[in-house]
Unconditional design. Structure first.
Length: 381
């Protein structure tokens, strides 16, 4: 029987990786098997390795994947949106919800809150030593269960662009949270192109948020980061305002910059994408009265932050959490990726390094230590 390889994480710990082979299986009814082309390393992957995010071991990580259709199970003729599917097509997949829990039944627009959500890359709820094994992108193939939405990728995108589909999907969801107050634009509420957006954290997600906000028409976007090399990538994407912690080394200095930029008002929208408690605290200093903060950086518990409730009240702040996304966010992200390509935004440059799956452990550690100023992707060849 033919086999394929994958990098398996046997348990919590950096010494728990093992390259293993599993028998290839044909897709069952409604399922799809795909050859992985590239899979990005997410900031959540180091948290899983260190034990900060619970998963069922042994597992194969890697949820930012895309690949080519290898085989279609009975009944599979189209992707989630109805586009015809055939062998060789570029596809990806996103999270599937159960449709039965309280959140699925009562909050159908918030499928990320599903109590039984499943996702390729460590979140299928089953060990890899049971069929159908290949439930992660850090291997040669993936097995996509019928419960997971499959999406065909747009034509004309480069590999480094396609592998950013999932991060761009996250960025779309972040931006939609910022737009949540836009139902009263006539009264000056919401997010308007003339306003100022501050993105705290210029890692891959922060850069993807920049791309989405730019496509939305925002022209006054400020990216903040302690790593100058990340800000250099932001400028390559077209960012006009970047704040380095090296030059603006205190919150007070960064606050002064934003106030001067906005004629003493403050940022209309602040997005916390750094994942540090200090960045969350800083968001409240930079946002204007009546402004909006979106918290999306703390997917894992990084500790407590100190925020004065009076500041929230006095500034009349709108504070939104952002956990996960829906398949419809993903569909919107794919459309925006096409538009970014047409607009000449070189967002594929967010991917700074491509490695083999034998290098997965060291690559995940490099993501944890922010060694590479952008996305690291894995090519299983």
């Amino acid at each position: 029987m033919p086999t394929a390889k994958a990098m398996v994480l046997k348990g919590s710990g950096w010494d728990k990786f093992e390259l293993r082979s599993f028998p290839l299986v044909e897709p069952g009814p409604g399922a799809v098997v795909a050859d992985v082309v590239l899979c990005g390393i997410c900031g959540t992957d180091p948290h899983i390795v260190s034990g900060a995010l619970p998963v069922v071991f042994p597992t194969i990580l890697g949820h930012e994947w895309f690949g080519r259709v290898k085989a279609l199970g009975d009944g599979v003729t189209t992707d989630f949106t109805g586009k015809p599917l055939k062998e060789g097509d570029f596809i990806t997949s996103t999270a599937g919800s159960c449709g039965k829990c309280w959140f699925c039944r009562n909050l159908p627009g918030r499928s990320a809150l599903c109590e039984n959500v499943q996702l390729i890359g460590g979140f299928m709820g089953r060990p890899v030593d049971k069929p159908n094994h290949f439930y992660g992108g850090f291997g040669e193939v993936v097995y996509i269960e019928p419960t997971l939405p499959i999406l065909k990728l747009p034509d004309g995108l480069a590999e480094r662009e396609m592998v950013l589909a999932e991060p761009m999907n996250v960025a779309v969801r972040v931006w939609e949270r910022a737009l949540a107050a836009s139902n009263a634009m006539y009264a000056g509420e919401g997010v308007l192109p003339r306003q100022t957006v501050v993105i705290l954290g210029s890692g891959p997600i922060g850069l993807c948020v920049y791309v989405v906000a730019t496509l939305w028409g925002m022209s006054n976007i400020v990216l903040v980061d302690p790593i100058e090399e990340r800000l250099a990538v932001a400028r390559k994407l077209g960012a006009k305002h970047t704040l380095s912690h090296r030059e603006y080394d205190t919150i007070q200095k960064r606050q002064k910059y934003i106030l001067e930029l906005t004629h003493g008002i403050g940022a209309d929208v602040v997005i916390e994408a750094a994942g540090t408690p200090s960045a969350f605290e800083e968001a409240f200093k930079l946002v204007r009265r009546g402004g909006t903060i979106v918290e999306m950086g703390h997917f894992a518990d990084a500790g407590n932050a100190t925020v004065n409730p009076h500041e929230i009240l006095y500034k009349d702040i709108q504070l939104f959490g952002d956990f996960g996304h829906t398949v419809h966010d993903f569909i919107n992200a794919l459309e925006l990726m096409k538009k970014a390509k047409e607009a000449g935004i070189p967002y594929g440059d967010i991917v700074r390094d491509i490695r083999s799956y034998s290098e997965v452990p060291s690559a995940i550690k490099d993501v944890k230590n922010k060694v590479v100023p952008g996305k690291i992707a894995i090519r299983p060849s």
